[in-house]
Ligand binder design. Structure first.
Ligand SMILES: C[S@@+](CC[C@H](N)C(=O)[O-])C[C@H]1O[C@@H](n2cnc3c(N)ncnc32)[C@H](O)[C@@H]1O
Length: 147
């Protein structure tokens, strides 16, 4: 995921500057983590990494990419490759209604607002993936790893 203003293309430079200016540093804090791209590069560079942001999405992204050291198995889902499964989902495979589709209605030309970040079909794809993951969590087939 790329943020507007994201630093994913600058992470090598950021770590390079830290290395050359403060070579003995062992910990790094990414105070406005957003997508977590900077936190991920700190972790990869071997720093003890603290990631901070007040948005829940950022917490989730950073938890998955910085806190976890291995990919969860998702074995309770009974799906060999959940990412492949979700990417292949089509709106007609699901029972979700367009009115439930937040991204479709708020971030594509379909809705009333002016934000046109996504083509309607891409917005719908994001929504059915998001809603399917939500349903799975409600059925308690997946759970928050902290618990
Ligand atoms: C431009 S984004 C950061 C992008 C990030 N460095 C990246 O490369 O993806 C700025 C972030 O700062 C966070 N933020 C803004 N004010 C904040 C505050 N007072 N406390 C915590 N996070 C804050 C926002 O939620 C947003 O995710």
């Amino acid at each position: 995921m790329r943020y507007i203003g994201g630093k994913s293309l600058l992470t090598d430079k950021i770590c390079g500057v830290i290395n050359s200016e403060i070579p003995k540093v062992s910990s790094a804090i990414d105070i406005f983590a957003g997508s977590g791209a900077v936190s991920q590069s700190f972790k990869k560079a071997g720093y003890r990494t603290v990631s901070n942001d007040f948005l829940y999405f950022s917490y989730v992204m950073s938890y998955a990419s910085v806190v976890l050291n291995k990919r969860p198995s998702f074995r309770n889902l009974g799906i060999a490759d959940p990412i492949k499964y979700l990417n292949a989902l089509k709106p007609e495979d699901t029972d979700f209604k367009p009115s439930e589709c937040f991204i479709y209605n708020n971030y594509s030309p379909v809705g009333d607002c002016e934000r046109m970040y996504f083509q309607p079909e891409n917005a719908l794809k994001i929504d059915i993936i998001r809603l399917t993951v939500g349903e799975t969590a409600k059925r308690k087939v997946i759970k928050d790893l902290r618990r």
